[in-house]
Write a protein that binds this ligand. Sequence first.
Ligand code: DOR
Length: 444
Amino acid sequence: MTRLLITNALTVNEGRSRVQDVLIRDGRIHALGADLSGRSADRHIEADGRALLPGMMDDQVHFRQPGMIHKGDIASESRSAMAGGITSFMEMPNTAPPTTTLENLEEKHRIASQNAFANFSFYLGGANDNIETIKRLDPRQACGIKVFMGASTGNLLVDDPVALEQIFTHAPVIVATHCEDTPTIEANTRRFQAIYGDVVPVELHPSIRSEAACYASSRLAVELARRCHTRLHVLHLSTAKELTLFSDLPLEEKRITAEVCVHHLFFSDADYPAKGNLIKCNPAIKTKQDRAALLTALSRGVIDVVGTDHAPHTLAEKEQPYLKAPSGLPLAQHALVCLLEHVHDGALTIEALVERTAHAPARLFDVRERGFLREGYWADLVLVDLNRPTRVDDQPVFYRCGWSPFSGKTFRSTVVATIVSGHLAYMEGAVDPVPAGMRLEFDR
Ligand code: DOR
């Protein structure tokens, strides 16, 4: 299909919402206008006033390929993301083998070019011993360098201070960090093991992966970035205290930016008794006060981007005792409808949601011709019905792991259709079998 016409859509873009038509031709937005109904098209979607947003650009996902495809692979997880309105993703290096060489990075791109249902890029992983590889990276080859400043799933911890400083000094692209102080976490774990032995309750997860652990590591990252003039992006903030490290300057003036994730804006520590290990993740979900502060910071632009940290594990893995169960939640399929709850609640305007899910990631990573509804840009779009509820348990879960932490929830909105690079990839529950994702390009 080369021409797709969408009429009477409530487009939300660059701070403005208005009803208009969109003509897509050869993958790109050909025209935006008050009345394009006379234009010929191969397919027509009458939006009936429903919201048409630039697709979400998720700057943090774990799709598990290569090496852990029993949890998910690029096809299965990008399909679920796409069905949820995510049209581009940036994937993390803690696969097996880890993405710490340029060869492994290109291999992921090769797999994605044949299997991804959304547009894609991959992070190169920082390690204690790969500074020469990092220096050789072409800035257009990867979305960024991911540095685990705290240990999480996989073994990519950069705990050598010299290596860390070298990466912060020489990275040719944005450095995205996971910030949790591992010695603090290990000390907390030992303290609780002394009391509970091997049966530490999951409710203690936010006391183990504590506010102090997050703050110490995020502060170190910010200090290091200031000293080394690094373009730093701190991922998945989870505490109010860390917010003091960031500013609400306009994005273009910032050298240090921050991300928050869907689950840290939705769940709180009150959910551990019901959800248990299913919401065990790193960094941990903290208090209601933290959640409220993160939401306010997102609305005010202290936090720049919202991502998912989609990180699937099987139910069998999650059913192990707390200390053994892996951290991470599958989130991508319901991320957008979950975020739209904050719009329904009046905590976030829909224009701000579009800013933080699409415009800001596109600008922050210098993504070429995506993330906005602009003539000539790639047509990455999501059509949303804000008045049709999604009952999570009524839908198939597309993740390979087959479960969702949102089971039992009903969201007030529904993703009706997703368009990826001009391709109608999802419509009313039906997934087009053609993986239409393209490699993201960067204006760097
Ligand atoms: O909870 C998490 N899971 N946090 C991470 O940083 C990694 C992720 C995973 O890969 O499972």
